[in-house]
Write a protein that binds this ligand. Structure first.
Ligand code: C2E
Ligand code: CA
Ligand code: CA
Ligand code: CA
Length: 283
């Protein structure tokens, strides 16, 4: 038993070394990527759910980063966002996404008029809030791109939003610029309905894991319903994430979610494809 434990440890150790090496590779390559146009931004529509049954295609979009690696092809965010956060690269990466997304958003406004998305959601990491000056960077990006702060929504997770007073302070400074905040992935981790009122958020995004079980699980439907009711009573609106089927859409519409997002409506799309999607008649 001792020997196999030893063998197991050696295997464990080499797996750790491999992981560490891969991390270093990703970090080196990501540094390069930031300087050579390998990163780009795609946009997933967030549709409005009218009581009458229609879907409003122009309610908003969420910006999601992509990496076109010269050798590996498209690398998904879960493989590099964590590395970016730990290495400090999330700063420049986040600024790139924000600026690019604001530029693309303004372009839709000019090209599409009334069909253009009305809200731009951008994901935020804890590490981006570490620097006091970052709020100035955001203000500068808004000024440079002509983006209206009211149309920008930053998405934070609950663990982030409930952080120390420094982070709270930073979030309030962002709100003072006119930017709104969304609580991402609600229902995962230690989220609790009872503490929702403590967070300076305007929108609650109900995690995909609730939505995906909403057709079969009464329990999950009840949780969605309770979340919507509490959010409404606090003047917040709700987005159901990860809608893949028409039935899920019906469930969250019936439970009075304001908006929805998911593959049923559209996958994340490059800027031009999103414009084409917005010009299609309501589905
Ligand atoms: P998230 O913020 O929760 O984004 C939603 C994720 O769910 C996206 O994955 C999206 O493609 C995926 N998704 C949307 N609809 C559906 C659906 O109907 N079914 C399924 N199965 N998935 C759906 P993606 O683009 O791979 O991003 C993963 C995560 O990476 C994001 O989760 C976010 O936490 C992070 N991320 C992405 N872009 C950025 C960024 O620019 N900055 C930061 N800090 N994080 C980012
Ligand atoms: Ca998000
Ligand atoms: Ca989410
Ligand atoms: Ca997530």
């Amino acid at each position: 038993a001792k020997r196999s434990g030893g063998a197991r440890f050696v295997r464990f150790e080499s797996a750790m070394r491999e992981r560490a090496a891969r991390r270093t590779d990703i970090e080196t390559d990501l540094r390069q990527a930031l300087q050579s146009d390998q990163l780009f931004v795609v946009y997933q529509p967030v549709v409005g759910l009218g009581a009458a049954g229609g879907t409003d295609r122009s309610a908003g979009v969420e910006a999601l980063v992509r990496w076109r690696h010269p050798v590996r092809g498209i690398v998904p965010p879960f493989e590099f966002i964590g590395v970016a956060e730990e290495s400090g690269l999330i700063g420049p990466l986040g600024d790139f996404v924000l600026e690019q997304a604001c530029r693309d958003f303004m372009r839709w406004q000019h090209e599409l008029g009334a069909l253009a998305p009305r809200l731009l959601a951008v994901n935020l990491s804890r590490a981006q809030l570490g620097h006091r000056e970052w709020v100035d960077t955001v203000a500068r990006i808004l000024a440079d791109t002509g983006m209206d702060a009211q149309r920008l929504q930053l998405e934070v997770t609950e663990s982030l939003a409930a952080q120390d007073t420094d982070v709270q302070q930073r979030l309030h400074e962002l709100k003072a610029l006119g930017i709104t905040l969304a609580l991402d992935d609600f229902g995962t981790g230690y989220s609790s309905l009872a503490s929702l009122h403590l967070l300076p958020v305007d929108t609650v995004k109900i995690d995909r894991s609730f939505v995906s079980q909403s057709e079969t699980s009464h329990h999950h439907r009840v949780l969605i319903e309770a979340t919507v009711k509490v959010a409404q009573s606090l003047g917040m609106n709700t987005v159901a994430e990860g809608i893949e089927t028409a039935e899920q859409a019906n469930v969250v519409r019936t439970l009075q979610c304001d908006k929805a997002q998911g593959y049923l409506y559209a996958r994340p799309l490059p800027r031009e494809d999103l414009a084409a999607w917005l010009m299609q008649p309501d589905g």
